[in-house]
Design a protein around this ligand. Sequence first.
Ligand SMILES: Nc1ncnc2c1ncn2[C@@H]1O[C@H](COP(=O)(O)OP(=O)(O)OP(=O)(O)O)[C@@H](O)[C@H]1O
Length: 230
Amino acid sequence: MILTANNLSCRRGGRLIFRDISFRVASGSALVITGDNGAGKSSLIAMIAGLLPPAGGDITLSNDQERAPGELIGLMAHRDGLKPSLTVQENLSWARRLLGASATGIGEALEAVGLSHAMDMPVEHLSAGQRRRVSLARLLTCSRPVWLMDEPAGALDQRSIRGLTALMQRHLAGGGMIIAATHQPLGLDNALTLHLAPPAIDAGDEEPFWEDDDCEDELLMGYAPARAAP
Ligand SMILES: Nc1ncnc2c1ncn2[C@@H]1O[C@H](COP(=O)(O)OP(=O)(O)OP(=O)(O)O)[C@@H](O)[C@H]1O
């Protein structure tokens, strides 16, 4: 798999957030996106997930599998899309049915994130960090080789961040791909870094105000729909 972004631009609320962003990420590699609050990290993740159309440029995900690019992507978004009244196990079983099951079973995935004891708990009883770890378990137990992760270390304690890094490294070693937006160092070996900085404003960049929250429902679901192959 190779994910290529060419000259991407992003506008939100009529404002230019970033422009002319290009990168290429191959299987087994990670791209770490950094930048200040509002730099456009979540917007870029949403674009790659197919939830937000670029204002310019394009993204392609080529692969030699018989799966549409959108079926390769697993999204760990700010909003986790977990169903609060369902148990952890029920949430993960539902995700496996919807997204495809990986060879890692639910029990194994929960053990990997240190949540074996919480399998039968409703998600609404979990702490913020535990919910984050359920989202990570969902990536492990679903068959989506491209992990798009928005603040994966958010709400995690230092020990859990070390566990997260180890699981991310394992995913890369198995031929997966990771694109992660973060404010915290993740400690990944050999990751490419993309730092988003505010663009210089040219005359004509200011456009009439418009809202672009069409993707909100999909973001709530926490996972990307299929996106057309190039
Ligand atoms: N639906 C929307 N309508 C209008 N503007 C939006 C919308 N969503 C985001 N924005 C704006 O786009 C800009 C980039 O937001 P984004 O969430 O991508 O930044 P970020 O780098 O992820 O920030 P943070 O580090 O705070 O998470 C911000 O100025 C934000 O206010």
